[in-house]
Design a protein around this ligand. Structure first.
Ligand code: SF4
Length: 406
């Protein structure tokens, strides 16, 4: 990297960037120094992160072609920025029936999707007796048991690879889902305890306690589950707390090797929420956080930023990201329904302009696909049948269950 760009950095930041570019693992102090970036230091961090990405990865940017299945939008938690969750007396509250789940998954299959992303609220049966009754009608006692059955059904009847994102789960629950999914996920969001205090966005969200989330991500690691996580920026955390969250994810990945991607998601203010008037992080802030994520997590980690949450997402490629996450040709982003997906050909052209090939990946990343330790034997042949020799998505449509050679 040219030294002129580095000269914009004050000594502590420059030392951190040089260490990262030399392939060294940043100490906590070196990582936290990056949180102090100001003014012209921002583009210097972006450039360094882009160089680090290009050293560690091929000139490929990935996305996953998926359908979103909002299994239930009931949730026992209340987060101040959320418009996904509703209470059971709200006409928008809905728990999908098996027929509805299958219809969405099959429509996605016909459009070439390979991933079924199940999004849902945290353990709603703990708060809503009506949801318990709905689960019983479907033959289940818990949302997790119903989710597991729906993942199994989608896998068997459409061949789409389930990726459940079901909030806090216990060891047995994660393990059961592992048998019917290719990967799982849960955003860490933040490690700031302050956000759980009075007036904070997580005051009424017991499942958002940092220790609870870190323990869950650790359980997933112990169970050898390829896991997607990340941070949510702009909900009241400081720049330093963002870096602390990245360091916590790095520690968990160091211990268990299971974090396959780190998402940097920017908060968007939604009307009719307690945070409707809160300021949103700008593009500079988002790009710098992506760059810090790259410098902290290293060249091999996949760093993702969603393209639909920034009006001008092209510049994100300059800050060291290599993945756009899920893009659906069918279903909206149910967590940010006001934010439409970019069209895939537009995304391809944008990547090509920047010198990158846009490639479709599976929900499970290539490095986990070939490791028997990380895939349940029952799912393995279905997953591998959809992958090419690089572990990215083959140009085929998933098929309902047929005998596939392992
Ligand atoms: S836990 Fe998730 S679904 Fe539930 S209220 Fe918070 S953001 Fe919404």
């Amino acid at each position: 990297m040219d030294q002129g760009a580095l000269s914009a950095l004050r000594p502590p930041l420059r030392a951190s960037v040089e260490a990262a570019l030399e392939g060294r693992r940043l100490s906590a102090d070196q990582a936290l120094a990056l949180a102090e970036a100001r003014g012209a230091e921002h583009p210097a961090l972006w450039a360094a992160a882009a160089v680090l990405r290009d050293r560690g990865r091929p000139p490929v940017v990935t996305y996953s072609r998926k359908v979103f299945i909002p299994l239930t939008n009931l949730c026992r938690d209340v987060c101040s920025y959320c418009t996904f969750a509703h209470t059971d007396d709200d006409p928008r509250a809905h728990t999908m029936s098996p027929d509805e789940v299958l219809a969405v998954a099959e429509a996605g299959r016909q459009l070439g999707c390979k991933e079924a992303l199940f999004t849902l609220g945290d353990r709603p049966e703990a708060r809503f007796p009506s949801h318990k009754a709905a689960l019983r009608r479907f033959g289940h006692e818990t949302t997790q048991s119903y989710l597991t059955a729906m993942c199994a059904m989608v896998l068997e009847k459409t061949g789409l690879l389930p990726h459940p994102n079901a909030g806090i789960l216990g060891r047995r629950e994660l393990s059961e889902l592992r048998e019917v999914s290719a990967s799982q996920g849960m955003m860490l969001e933040s490690v700031s305890e302050r956000l759980c205090g009075p007036g904070g966005p997580h005051e009424h969200a017991p499942d958002k306690r940092p220790a609870t989330r870190l323990a869950m991500i650790r359980r997933a690691g112990e169970l050898r589950i390829p896991f997607t996580s990340g941070i949510l920026i702009g909900i009241g955390e400081t720049e330093r707390e963002r870096v602390e969250a990245l360091l916590a994810l790095r520690d968990l990945h160091d211990a268990h090797g299971h974090i396959q991607e780190v998402i940097v998601q920017n908060f968007r203010a939604k009307p009719n929420t307690p945070m409707a008037a809160a300021g949103e992080p700008g593009l500079v802030e988002l790009m710098t956080t992506c760059a810090i994520a790259r410098l902290v997590m290293g060249p091999a980690m996949s760093i993702q930023a969603p393209p639909n949450l920034s009006a001008d997402y092209g510049p994100l490629l300059l800050s060291g990201i290599n993945d756009w996450g899920g893009v659906s040709p069918l279903t909206p982003d149910f967590v940010n329904p006001e934010a439409p997906w970019p069209d895939i050909e537009g995304l391809r052209a944008l990547c090509a302009d920047a010198g990158y090939e846009l490639r479709e990946r599976l929900t499970i990343y290539p490095e986990y696909l070939t490791d028997d330790d990380f895939l349940d034997p029952g799912v393995r042949p279905r997953v591998r049948a959809l992958a090419d020799e690089q572990g990215l998505a083959r140009d085929v449509s998933p098929e309902p269950l047929v005998e596939v050679a392992a």
